[in-house]
Design a protein around this ligand. Structure first.
Ligand code: F6R
Length: 234
């Protein structure tokens, strides 16, 4: 793993942008994308740049089950408002939250990933070391799957919804095996609350209890972290 320590998430965004720009210059065509607060500074740098993705493909990590693309809480909506409205891709794939048949949707998304091998995958990391919605204990050979959300995630999301029954209970997520197929993985983490997960990912045992530690087995990983997220490293 190549570890780059920066002062802040803003500086991290500039480094993250550099990784995208370099990969693009080297011919990368397919970009795996993430939502959440972590990649926002990188997306801002991309939006402010002259990088052009109209010949590129994007494949997102995950989406809530039951949520339409125009719902403001959907990952689809997040990607539009943070990146795609400004930097359109030739084709952008996300799991379809409204798919009627989950098994078919999971298979469809696996085929999307097989047909569009990811050159660069950007990831955030959860405080418990999750990547995508692959929570601790997730088998490592898993590809796209439908994941029950933890009660704490459901509770945290409840404030965004008027009716409790609208709060998503499941998500579709790329699996750990899908993520590991990417040629280059860029993992970003900012803030002290990520320090334990970052330490486990880089220095801890390679274990299913900390899903991101699987990245120790990948030949091309770049980690961009701020000093707070790096604070527990030896
Ligand atoms: C997002 C995703 C998640 C987040 C992780 C960190 O598509 O799959 O694994 O990367 O939960 O979230 P933030 O960046 O909000 O701290």
């Amino acid at each position: 793993m190549k570890v780059i320590v920066v002062k802040s998430d803003v500086e991290g965004g500039k480094e993250g942008y550099n990784v995208f720009a370099e990969e693009k210059k080297n011919g990368a065509k397919t970009f795996g994308l993430a939502t959440g607060s972590t990649p926002v500074t990188t997306y801002k740098e991309i939006v402010a740049s002259d990088l052009d993705f109209t010949d590129s493909v994007s494949v997102n990590l995950d989406e809530y089950v039951g949520m339409s693309a125009d719902n403001e809480q959907s990952y689809n909506y997040f990607m539009k408002s943070h990146l795609f409205d400004y930097k359109p891709f030739k084709t952008s794939y996300l799991p379809n939250g409204l798919a009627e048949d989950s098994d078919a949707e999971v298979k469809r998304y696996d085929k999307v990933i097989d047909d569009n091998p990811i050159d660069l995958q950007i990831l955030g990391i959860g405080r418990n070391g999750h990547i995508g919605f692959n929570e601790p204990g997730t088998p490592r050979d898993i590809t796209t799957h439908k994941v029950p959300l933890t009660q704490s995630t459901i509770d945290a999301n409840a404030r965004f919804f008027e009716h409790e029954e609208d709060v998503p209970k499941f998500a579709y997520s790329m699996g750990l095996a899908s993520i590991m197929k990417s040629k280059h993985i860029l993992l970003e983490a900012f803030g002290e609350d990520k320090a334990d997960a970052v330490k486990g990912m880089i220095e801890g045992p390679d274990t299913v209890d900390l899903p991101a530690s699987i990245l120790q087995n990948h030949p091309n990983v770049t980690v961009i972290i701020d000093e707070a997220a790096a604070s527990k490293l030896e």
